[in-house]
Design a protein around this ligand. Structure first.
Ligand code: 8YV
Length: 331
Protein backbone atom coordinates (compact mmCIF):
# COMPACT_ATOMS: atom_id res chain seq x y z
CA UNK A 1 0.00 0.00 0.00
CA UNK A 2 1.41 3.41 -0.89
CA UNK A 3 1.49 6.00 1.87
CA UNK A 4 -0.65 9.07 1.24
CA UNK A 5 1.52 12.02 0.32
CA UNK A 6 1.15 15.13 2.50
CA UNK A 7 -0.79 18.05 1.04
CA UNK A 8 1.73 20.87 0.78
CA UNK A 9 0.34 24.28 -0.20
CA UNK A 10 2.89 26.69 -1.63
CA UNK A 11 1.71 30.29 -1.59
CA UNK A 12 3.92 31.75 -4.35
CA UNK A 13 5.79 30.56 -7.44
CA UNK A 14 9.15 29.01 -6.60
CA UNK A 15 12.02 28.12 -8.96
CA UNK A 16 10.99 25.38 -11.44
CA UNK A 17 13.34 22.72 -10.05
CA UNK A 18 11.94 23.23 -6.57
CA UNK A 19 8.31 23.07 -7.69
CA UNK A 20 9.00 19.96 -9.77
CA UNK A 21 10.73 18.20 -6.88
CA UNK A 22 7.88 19.17 -4.55
CA UNK A 23 5.41 17.58 -6.97
CA UNK A 24 7.50 14.40 -6.99
CA UNK A 25 7.69 14.17 -3.21
CA UNK A 26 4.42 15.64 -2.00
CA UNK A 27 0.85 16.28 -3.03
CA UNK A 28 1.96 19.84 -3.78
CA UNK A 29 -0.54 22.58 -4.60
CA UNK A 30 1.40 25.28 -6.45
CA UNK A 31 0.48 28.89 -7.13
CA UNK A 32 1.15 29.04 -10.87
CA UNK A 33 -0.27 32.58 -11.19
CA UNK A 34 2.08 33.84 -8.43
CA UNK A 35 -0.68 36.17 -7.23
CA UNK A 36 -0.13 36.89 -3.51
CA UNK A 37 -2.82 35.16 -1.45
CA UNK A 38 -5.45 37.18 0.41
CA UNK A 39 -6.14 36.48 4.10
CA UNK A 40 -9.24 34.55 2.96
CA UNK A 41 -7.10 32.43 0.58
CA UNK A 42 -4.68 31.73 3.42
CA UNK A 43 -7.50 30.64 5.71
CA UNK A 44 -8.71 28.22 3.00
CA UNK A 45 -5.18 26.91 2.63
CA UNK A 46 -4.57 26.28 6.34
CA UNK A 47 -7.96 24.56 6.64
CA UNK A 48 -6.93 21.74 4.33
CA UNK A 49 -3.11 21.64 4.14
CA UNK A 50 -0.79 19.33 6.04
CA UNK A 51 2.04 21.74 5.36
CA UNK A 52 1.96 25.41 4.38
CA UNK A 53 4.90 27.01 2.57
CA UNK A 54 4.46 30.78 2.92
CA UNK A 55 6.77 33.64 2.02
CA UNK A 56 7.35 37.15 3.34
CA UNK A 57 4.23 38.32 1.43
CA UNK A 58 1.86 36.15 3.50
CA UNK A 59 0.62 37.24 6.90
CA UNK A 60 0.06 34.05 8.87
CA UNK A 61 -1.37 35.77 11.94
CA UNK A 62 -3.26 34.47 14.98
CA UNK A 63 -6.61 34.85 13.22
CA UNK A 64 -5.50 32.71 10.24
CA UNK A 65 -4.00 30.12 12.59
CA UNK A 66 -7.17 30.01 14.71
CA UNK A 67 -8.97 28.71 11.62
CA UNK A 68 -6.37 26.07 10.75
CA UNK A 69 -7.53 22.51 10.28
CA UNK A 70 -6.39 19.59 12.42
CA UNK A 71 -4.12 18.38 9.62
CA UNK A 72 -1.88 21.48 9.59
CA UNK A 73 1.28 20.34 11.38
CA UNK A 74 4.06 22.32 9.73
CA UNK A 75 4.65 25.84 8.42
CA UNK A 76 7.82 25.61 6.33
CA UNK A 77 8.57 29.26 5.67
CA UNK A 78 10.37 30.06 2.41
CA UNK A 79 12.58 32.71 3.97
CA UNK A 80 14.89 33.37 6.87
CA UNK A 81 12.86 36.03 8.67
CA UNK A 82 9.69 34.66 10.27
CA UNK A 83 8.02 37.94 11.21
CA UNK A 84 5.31 37.08 8.66
CA UNK A 85 4.24 34.18 10.89
CA UNK A 86 2.80 34.43 14.41
CA UNK A 87 5.22 31.77 15.62
CA UNK A 88 3.98 31.85 19.24
CA UNK A 89 0.40 31.11 18.13
CA UNK A 90 1.59 28.37 15.80
CA UNK A 91 3.68 26.68 18.49
CA UNK A 92 0.84 26.99 21.00
CA UNK A 93 -1.32 25.04 18.53
CA UNK A 94 1.34 22.37 18.16
CA UNK A 95 2.32 23.51 14.67
CA UNK A 96 6.04 23.33 13.93
CA UNK A 97 7.62 26.31 12.14
CA UNK A 98 10.81 26.15 10.07
CA UNK A 99 12.76 28.73 8.08
CA UNK A 100 15.70 28.83 5.64
CA UNK A 101 18.76 30.23 7.43
CA UNK A 102 22.30 30.25 6.10
CA UNK A 103 21.62 30.04 2.37
CA UNK A 104 20.90 33.72 1.77
CA UNK A 105 23.66 35.08 4.00
CA UNK A 106 26.20 35.93 1.28
CA UNK A 107 23.65 37.30 -1.16
CA UNK A 108 22.15 39.63 1.45
CA UNK A 109 25.60 40.74 2.63
CA UNK A 110 26.56 41.46 -0.99
CA UNK A 111 23.46 43.60 -1.39
CA UNK A 112 24.32 45.46 1.81
CA UNK A 113 27.73 46.36 0.39
CA UNK A 114 26.10 47.28 -2.93
CA UNK A 115 23.79 49.72 -1.13
CA UNK A 116 26.66 51.22 0.86
CA UNK A 117 28.56 51.75 -2.38
CA UNK A 118 25.49 53.00 -4.24
CA UNK A 119 24.84 55.70 -1.64
CA UNK A 120 28.45 56.71 -0.95
CA UNK A 121 29.53 56.68 -4.61
CA UNK A 122 26.21 57.83 -6.12
CA UNK A 123 26.01 54.82 -8.43
CA UNK A 124 22.28 54.82 -9.22
CA UNK A 125 22.37 58.59 -9.69
CA UNK A 126 25.25 58.30 -12.15
CA UNK A 127 23.58 55.47 -14.07
CA UNK A 128 20.44 57.60 -14.40
CA UNK A 129 22.41 60.53 -15.85
CA UNK A 130 23.53 58.23 -18.65
CA UNK A 131 20.14 56.60 -19.29
CA UNK A 132 18.47 60.04 -19.30
CA UNK A 133 21.11 61.15 -21.84
CA UNK A 134 22.21 64.02 -19.59
CA UNK A 135 25.95 63.38 -19.54
CA UNK A 136 28.03 66.12 -21.12
CA UNK A 137 31.48 64.70 -20.27
CA UNK A 138 33.89 64.30 -17.40
CA UNK A 139 34.59 67.07 -14.93
CA UNK A 140 36.99 67.15 -11.97
CA UNK A 141 34.39 68.43 -9.53
CA UNK A 142 31.21 66.71 -10.73
CA UNK A 143 29.50 63.65 -9.24
CA UNK A 144 31.77 63.47 -6.24
CA UNK A 145 30.75 60.98 -3.60
CA UNK A 146 32.55 59.84 -0.48
CA UNK A 147 35.44 57.44 0.02
CA UNK A 148 34.61 54.15 1.73
CA UNK A 149 38.11 53.17 2.77
CA UNK A 150 38.97 54.16 6.32
CA UNK A 151 35.40 54.88 7.37
CA UNK A 152 33.68 53.32 10.38
CA UNK A 153 30.85 50.88 9.80
CA UNK A 154 28.46 50.06 12.66
CA UNK A 155 26.62 46.77 12.21
CA UNK A 156 23.36 46.44 14.14
CA UNK A 157 22.94 42.69 14.65
CA UNK A 158 25.99 40.46 14.34
CA UNK A 159 24.30 37.23 13.28
CA UNK A 160 25.19 35.30 10.13
CA UNK A 161 24.39 38.17 7.77
CA UNK A 162 25.94 40.85 9.99
CA UNK A 163 29.15 38.85 10.17
CA UNK A 164 29.20 38.30 6.40
CA UNK A 165 28.88 42.09 6.02
CA UNK A 166 31.77 42.52 8.48
CA UNK A 167 34.03 40.25 6.40
CA UNK A 168 33.25 42.15 3.24
CA UNK A 169 33.58 45.52 4.97
CA UNK A 170 37.03 44.61 6.23
CA UNK A 171 38.13 43.83 2.68
CA UNK A 172 36.89 47.29 1.66
CA UNK A 173 39.09 48.86 4.32
CA UNK A 174 36.25 49.80 6.63
CA UNK A 175 36.72 49.74 10.39
CA UNK A 176 34.12 47.30 11.73
CA UNK A 177 32.03 48.08 14.82
CA UNK A 178 28.96 46.20 16.00
CA UNK A 179 26.14 46.03 18.48
CA UNK A 180 24.50 42.73 19.29
CA UNK A 181 22.47 41.30 22.15
CA UNK A 182 25.39 38.99 22.86
CA UNK A 183 29.02 39.72 22.19
CA UNK A 184 30.40 37.28 19.59
CA UNK A 185 33.39 35.03 20.46
CA UNK A 186 36.76 36.79 20.58
CA UNK A 187 38.12 34.78 17.64
CA UNK A 188 35.27 36.00 15.44
CA UNK A 189 35.86 39.60 16.55
CA UNK A 190 39.58 39.30 15.90
CA UNK A 191 39.06 37.81 12.43
CA UNK A 192 37.31 41.00 11.27
CA UNK A 193 39.02 43.36 13.73
CA UNK A 194 35.63 44.31 15.16
CA UNK A 195 34.88 46.64 18.05
CA UNK A 196 31.90 45.69 20.24
CA UNK A 197 29.50 48.25 21.69
CA UNK A 198 27.08 47.09 24.35
CA UNK A 199 25.39 50.49 24.02
CA UNK A 200 23.68 50.90 20.66
CA UNK A 201 23.31 54.63 21.33
CA UNK A 202 27.04 55.04 21.87
CA UNK A 203 27.86 53.20 18.66
CA UNK A 204 25.34 55.02 16.48
CA UNK A 205 26.70 58.42 17.49
CA UNK A 206 30.19 57.52 16.26
CA UNK A 207 29.67 55.72 12.95
CA UNK A 208 30.08 56.96 9.36
CA UNK A 209 27.91 54.14 8.03
CA UNK A 210 25.31 52.06 9.87
CA UNK A 211 23.97 48.78 8.53
CA UNK A 212 20.85 47.10 9.96
CA UNK A 213 21.23 43.32 9.97
CA UNK A 214 19.11 42.06 12.86
CA UNK A 215 15.83 40.16 12.57
CA UNK A 216 12.51 41.93 13.08
CA UNK A 217 11.04 40.79 16.39
CA UNK A 218 8.91 42.62 18.98
CA UNK A 219 12.21 43.63 20.62
CA UNK A 220 13.67 45.19 17.44
CA UNK A 221 10.53 46.98 16.21
CA UNK A 222 11.62 50.64 15.73
CA UNK A 223 14.97 49.81 17.33
CA UNK A 224 16.21 52.75 15.30
CA UNK A 225 13.63 55.09 16.78
CA UNK A 226 13.35 58.83 16.09
CA UNK A 227 15.48 59.44 19.17
CA UNK A 228 18.22 57.02 18.08
CA UNK A 229 18.23 58.27 14.49
CA UNK A 230 18.95 61.73 15.85
CA UNK A 231 22.13 60.36 17.43
CA UNK A 232 23.61 59.62 13.98
CA UNK A 233 26.26 61.97 12.61
CA UNK A 234 24.74 64.46 10.14
CA UNK A 235 26.77 62.97 7.28
CA UNK A 236 26.19 59.31 8.24
CA UNK A 237 24.83 56.77 5.77
CA UNK A 238 22.15 54.32 6.93
CA UNK A 239 21.58 51.03 5.10
CA UNK A 240 18.81 48.48 5.75
CA UNK A 241 18.61 45.05 4.13
CA UNK A 242 16.82 43.43 7.11
CA UNK A 243 13.25 44.59 7.72
CA UNK A 244 11.63 47.99 7.34
CA UNK A 245 9.94 47.80 10.71
CA UNK A 246 13.29 48.01 12.53
CA UNK A 247 13.60 51.69 11.56
CA UNK A 248 11.03 54.38 12.35
CA UNK A 249 10.62 55.15 8.65
CA UNK A 250 8.64 58.36 9.15
CA UNK A 251 11.38 59.75 11.37
CA UNK A 252 14.03 58.71 8.84
CA UNK A 253 12.12 60.39 6.01
CA UNK A 254 11.80 63.59 8.05
CA UNK A 255 15.56 63.63 8.64
CA UNK A 256 16.40 62.98 5.00
CA UNK A 257 14.03 65.75 3.92
CA UNK A 258 15.71 68.12 6.37
CA UNK A 259 19.20 67.11 5.16
CA UNK A 260 20.03 65.85 8.64
CA UNK A 261 21.61 62.65 7.33
CA UNK A 262 24.22 61.86 4.66
CA UNK A 263 21.97 59.40 2.87
CA UNK A 264 20.22 56.06 3.10
CA UNK A 265 20.03 52.82 1.16
CA UNK A 266 16.89 50.77 1.75
CA UNK A 267 16.01 47.33 0.40
CA UNK A 268 13.07 46.94 2.79
CA UNK A 269 10.22 49.19 3.91
CA UNK A 270 7.98 49.55 6.91
CA UNK A 271 4.74 48.98 4.98
CA UNK A 272 5.95 46.74 2.17
CA UNK A 273 5.05 46.58 -0.69
CA UNK A 274 3.68 50.12 -0.22
CA UNK A 275 6.39 52.75 -0.34
CA UNK A 276 5.79 56.17 1.14
CA UNK A 277 5.34 58.84 -1.60
CA UNK A 278 7.71 61.02 0.45
CA UNK A 279 10.37 58.33 0.19
CA UNK A 280 9.85 58.08 -3.56
CA UNK A 281 10.26 61.85 -3.82
CA UNK A 282 13.53 61.58 -1.90
CA UNK A 283 14.64 58.78 -4.24
CA UNK A 284 13.94 60.97 -7.27
CA UNK A 285 16.00 63.72 -5.60
CA UNK A 286 18.83 61.18 -5.10
CA UNK A 287 18.71 61.48 -1.33
CA UNK A 288 17.99 57.81 -0.85
CA UNK A 289 18.61 54.63 -2.86
CA UNK A 290 15.63 52.28 -2.74
CA UNK A 291 15.49 48.69 -3.96
CA UNK A 292 12.50 46.32 -4.11
CA UNK A 293 13.47 43.77 -1.39
CA UNK A 294 16.16 42.13 -3.54
CA UNK A 295 18.63 41.11 -0.83
CA UNK A 296 18.34 37.38 -1.42
CA UNK A 297 17.26 37.60 -5.04
CA UNK A 298 19.72 35.29 -6.79
CA UNK A 299 18.58 32.16 -8.62
CA UNK A 300 21.16 30.13 -6.68
CA UNK A 301 19.89 31.49 -3.37
CA UNK A 302 16.23 30.91 -4.16
CA UNK A 303 16.96 27.30 -5.21
CA UNK A 304 18.94 26.74 -2.00
CA UNK A 305 16.05 28.20 0.00
CA UNK A 306 13.66 25.83 -1.77
CA UNK A 307 15.95 22.87 -1.07
CA UNK A 308 15.91 23.80 2.61
CA UNK A 309 12.12 23.96 2.60
CA UNK A 310 11.98 20.49 1.01
CA UNK A 311 14.45 19.03 3.52
CA UNK A 312 12.49 20.53 6.42
CA UNK A 313 9.21 19.07 5.13
CA UNK A 314 10.71 15.69 4.26
CA UNK A 315 12.47 15.28 7.62
CA UNK A 316 9.36 16.33 9.49
CA UNK A 317 7.14 13.95 7.51
CA UNK A 318 9.60 11.13 8.12
CA UNK A 319 9.09 11.67 11.85
CA UNK A 320 12.29 13.53 12.65
CA UNK A 321 13.04 17.00 13.93
CA UNK A 322 13.46 19.27 10.90
CA UNK A 323 16.88 20.97 10.85
CA UNK A 324 15.61 24.55 10.77
CA UNK A 325 12.99 24.63 13.49
CA UNK A 326 12.15 28.10 14.78
CA UNK A 327 12.29 28.00 18.57
CA UNK A 328 10.74 30.48 21.00
CA UNK A 329 14.24 31.48 22.15
CA UNK A 330 14.93 32.85 18.64
CA UNK A 331 12.04 35.31 18.78
C1 8YV B 1 13.29 36.62 1.20
C2 8YV B 1 14.10 37.71 3.37
O1 8YV B 1 13.27 37.01 -0.10
O2 8YV B 1 14.47 35.46 3.95
C3 8YV B 1 14.22 36.58 4.32
O3 8YV B 1 14.09 36.84 5.54
O4 8YV B 1 13.98 38.79 3.77
C4 8YV B 1 14.11 37.63 1.92
O5 8YV B 1 15.42 37.69 1.49
C5 8YV B 1 11.90 36.49 1.68
O6 8YV B 1 11.77 36.47 3.05
C6 8YV B 1 11.24 35.28 1.13
O7 8YV B 1 10.08 34.94 1.84
Amino acid sequence: MTKKKPLVIVTRRLPDVIETRMRELFDAELNVSDQPMSQADLVQAVQKADVLVPTVTDRIDASVLAQAGESLRLIANFGNGVDNVDVQSALARGITVTNTPGVLTDDTADMTMALIMAVARRITEGAKVISDELWHGWSPTWMLGHRITGKRLGIVGMGRIGYAVARRAQAFGLQVHYHNRRRVPAAMEEAVDATYWDSLDQMLARMDIVSVNCPHTPATYHLLSARRLKLLKPDAILVNTARGEIIDETALIRMLEANELGGAGLDVFEHEPAISPRLLKLARANKVVVLPHMGSATIEGRIDMGEKVIINIKTFMDGHRPPDRVLPSML
